[in-house]
Design a protein around this ligand. Structure first.
Ligand SMILES: Nc1ncnc2c1ncn2[C@@H]1O[C@H](COP(=O)(O)OP(=O)(O)OP(=O)(O)O)[C@@H](O)[C@H]1O
Length: 284
């Protein structure tokens, strides 16, 4: 998958006000994108539009130039969408369930699924219906990463995972994603995707408030802390022991952006726009 391009898209659920209006977004391959937003911001809906499960009211969602909603067989062969709520068939065992996907995805990686299931401590002979919610999520993630789909959409994948599984999730995503894949992870648990994503997209009330590559953010801003925030700080959080802040960078690099602070700064309208590595930052 080279690109997902959303152009001038409107979308509303039947008999509801427009959720998206004139939305533009372009996502390129080789990236793990974190899609953030508060409850009801439209993350799951955007995922379903990208998966071609919903039809834009106006405008287009194009995956490598083809309308996602057409759901052509070669698009489906490149797509893996793991929704937040998963309904797994009761009667199958883990191995049998994985085989359903092996038969569907031409590039399914037999070795990888074995490794991933073992990393997540899931036995091939376990009945899917006997797995806990978190184990079912892990099974879906293991299968998703083994399909070698070019577009992987994970809606709230870390919901229900315990702390070791969240750590394993981060490691497994990083280790199993290739340059020709695009992974979009929606979450409101920002910490879960820290040190995992390359790009962040922040949605609020159906609008894209920020699209930024983390390395571009690192160049543009300093995410710091100290006894007091500098006078020119764009965003400040004060604590008993001092302040955490975001300021414009004067050329110094201060490590990776703090996503939680970034999210708050965007929600308060302190930072907006596009910060992409390939182009100059565009402030809106
Ligand atoms: N099937 C539906 N029919 C009607 N309205 C819907 C439907 N699904 C979602 N909505 C509405 O669309 C808006 C966006 O919902 P969506 O689930 O996309 O948000 P979200 O950002 O994923 O939220 P959350 O973080 O709570 O999962 C909400 O106002 C929601 O009530």
């Amino acid at each position: 998958m080279e690109k997902v391009v959303i152009e001038k898209m409107d979308f509303s659920y039947p008999k509801k006000a427009l959720l998206f209006e004139g939305l533009d977004l372009e996502l390129s391959r080789g990236k793990v994108v974190g899609l953030l937003g508060k409850n009801g911001a439209g993350k799951s809906t955007l995922m379903r539009l990208m998966a071609g499960l919903l039809k834009p009211t106006k405008g287009v969602v194009l995956c490598d130039g083809e309308m996602a909603f057409d759901r052509e067989p070669h698009f489906l062969d490149q797509l893996m969408f793991i929704p937040e709520q998963i309904a797994l068939p009761d009667h199958l065992k883990v191995g049998e369930y994985a085989k359903v996907y092996r038969d569907f995805y031409l590039g399914f990686d037999e070795i990888r699924i074995q490794h991933l299931l073992s990393d997540f401590q899931l036995g091939l002979k376990e009945r899917v219906s006997n797995l806990s919610y978190g184990q079912q999520k892990k099974l879906q993630i293991a299968i998703g990463l083994s399909t070698r789909a070019k577009l992987i959409l994970l809606d709230e994948p870390t919901n229900g995972l315990d702390i070791p599984s969240k750590t394993a999730f981060r490691k497994l995503i990083s280790a199993n994603i290739q340059e020709d894949q695009l992974v979009v992870i929606s979450t409101h648990q920002i910490k879960d995707i820290d040190h995992l994503i390359d790009q962040v997209v922040i949605l609020e009330e159906g609008k894209i408030k920020l699209q930024a590559d983390l390395d571009a953010l690192e160049e543009a801003f300093v995410f710091g802390q100290g006894a007091v925030a500098p006078l020119d700080a764009i965003y400040t959080e004060t604590h008993l022991l001092g302040a955490r802040y975001i300021a414009k960078s004067q050329g110094e690099s201060e490590g990776s952006p703090d996503l939680e602070m970034l999210f708050q700064a965007v929600m308060e309208g302190r930072i907006q726009g596009q910060y992409l590595s390939t182009s100059n930052p565009v402030m809106q």
